[in-house]
Design a protein around this ligand. Structure first.
Ligand code: CP3
Length: 345
C-alpha cells in the first residue's frame, strides 16, 4: 500500500512516521467557549445538519490545538434518526429516543436510509472540511458500532444497566440478531458515504459494549462489528479503520479479531501490555484518562510523557484520550497535551 501524506493514516497502517500523531475524541465540544457560543445560537441537530456550522465547529480544535486530524462534527445517533428513531437532545440528559425499538414490528418498521438522501449535509460538510484542512491534515469520519447504536435505539437513551437491550438479547436472540444485522448494513453505508465524501480514516465507536462479558461480546456484538468492517474494507480498501470499545480490556483479544486496523483503548488498559498481546496485528490508539486533563498543566505533560514511554511510536501509535474529552476540561491543559505529544513524540 502506498504511503499517505498523513501521519495518522500512516500510523494506522503501522508504517514508520517522523513523529507520533495526536487527535482527541470529542475534540469539538462544550469545553470550548467558541463551541458554546455557536450552541447558544443553534441547537445541536441544527449544527449537525448545516454544513457551514458543522465545518466551523469541526475547525475549532484544528485552529486552536494544532491537532493532526479533523473529525467531522456529527453524532453517533444520526444514522438511528435516519432509520426512523424520533431523536431529541434533552439539555442535561443527553440523547432521548421517544419511540424505542422493543418489538418485532418496531424492527420491521426501521428504514434502510441512503445517507446521501437522509443526511446529505454530512457528505457536503466532509467535502468542505476536506478542502479546508488538506493537505495538512486528514478528515476523519465515524459512526457508532452496531451494539452501541442498538443500545440507544432499544433503551431509548443512555443507560446504566442496559436492561432493555440485554433483555432482548437473552429473550429473543433471533430478533436481536436481525436488528443488529440491519443496523450493521446501515452503518456500512454511512461509513462508505463519509469515505466517498473525503474522509481518509474512519472510527467506529462502541462506547458501551464493555458492559458485556467476553462470551456475550463475542456472541452478541462482535459479529455485527465484523460485518461492518469486512464490508467497509471491501468497498474502501484504502481507508484505515479504528475501533474503540470502551471498557473492553477484559476482551482485548476479541476486539483484535474485529478486522480493524487500529484499536483505540481506554485508560484502564496498560498500553505496553496491549502491545504485547495484540500489537503484531493492530496499531494502537489512546489512552490518557480524560479526567487527567483536570489536573495541573505540568501534571498533564508528565502523564502524556509516561503514556508515550509505554509504546514505541514507530510501530503504530496514535495518541488520543481513553474516552471523549469532557465538558469543563481546561482548554490550556488540552493545548499542553497536544504540544507535549508533538514536541516529544
Ligand atoms: O469527536 C468530535 O469532536 C466529533 C463529534 C462527536 C459528537 N458525538 C458530538 C456531540 C462524536 C464523535 C460523537 C459520538 C458520540 N455520540 C458517542 C461516541 C463517543 C463517546 O463519547 O463514547 C456517543 C456515546 C454519542 C451519544 C451522545 N451524543 C451523547 C451521550 C451526548 C450527550 C452527552 C454529551 O457527551 O454531551 C451527545 C450529544 C453530543 N454529541 C454533544 C456533542 C458535542 C453535546 C451536545 C451539546 O452541545 O449539548
Amino acid at each position: 500500500m502506498q504511503e499517505s501524506p498523513f501521519l495518522i493514516v500512516n500510523a494506522a497502517r503501522k508504517l514508520q512516521v517522523p513523529r507520533r500523531p495526536v487527535w482527541l475524541m470529542r475534540q469539538a465540544g462544550r469545553y470550548m467557549p467558541e463551541f458554546r457560543a455557536i450552541r447558544a445560537k443553534h441547537d445541536f441537530l441544527t449544527v449537525c445538519d448545516t454544513p457551514e456550522l458543522t465545518v466551523e465547529v469541526s475547525m475549532q480544535p484544528v485552529d486552536q490545538l494544532g491537532i493532526d486530524g479533523a473529525i467531522i462534527f456529527s453524532d453517533l445517533l444520526i444514522p438511528a434518526r435516519d432509520m426512523g428513531c424520533d431523536l431529541e437532545y434533552v439539555k442535561g440528559e443527553g440523547p432521548v429516543i421517544h419511540n424505542p425499538v422493543r418489538h418485532a414490528d418496531d424492527v420491521a418498521k426501521l428504514r434502510n436510509p441512503d445517507p446521501s438522501e437522509a443526511s446529505p449535509s454530512l457528505g457536503k460538510a466532509i467535502s468542505m472540511l476536506k478542502h479546508e484542512v488538506e493537505p495538512k491534515i486528514p478528515v476523519l469520519g465515524f459512526t457508532g458500532a452496531p451494539w452501541t447504536t442498538a443500545a440507544y435505539m432499544i433503551e431509548g437513551g443512555g443507560s446504566r444497566n442496559y436492561i432493555e437491550i440485554k433483555q432482548m438479547m437473552y429473550k429473543d436472540p433471533g430478533l436481536f440478531d436481525k436488528l443488529l444485522d440491519h443496523i450493521a448494513g446501515v452503518l456500512v453505508n454511512y461509513l462508505v458515504y463519509q469515505a466517498e465524501s473525503g474522509a481518509r480514516l474512519v472510527q467506529i465507536f462502541d462506547s458501551w459494549a464493555g458492559a458485556l462479558s467476553e462470551a456475550d461480546y463475542r456472541r452478541y456484538a462482535l459479529p455485527a462489528t465484523q460485518k461492518v468492517i469486512r464490508e467497509f474494507k471491501s468497498r474502501q480498501p484504502e481507508v484505515p479503520l479504528i475501533l474503540y470499545v470502551g471498557n473492553s480490556g477484559h476482551f482485548l483479544e476479541a476486539t483484535a479479531e474485529s478486522g480493524a486496523d487500529v484499536l483505540s483503548l481506554d485508560w484502564r488498559v496498560d498500553l505496553a501490555m496491549a502491545a504485547a498481546k495484540v500489537g503484531d496485528r493492530v496499531a494502537l490508539q489512546g489512552n490518557l484518562d480524560p479526567v487527567r486533563l483536570f489536573s495541573t498543566a505540568d501534571d498533564v505533560e508528565q502523564a502524556a510523557l509516561e503514556t508515550m514511554r509505554l509504546l514505541d511510536w514507530k510501530t503504530g501509535h496514535i495518541f488520543n484520550l481513553g474516552h471523549g474529552i469532557l465538558p469543563g476540561t481546561p482548554v490550556e491543559n488540552v493545548k499542553r497535551l497536544v504540544d507535549t505529544v508533538k514536541n516529544h513524540g
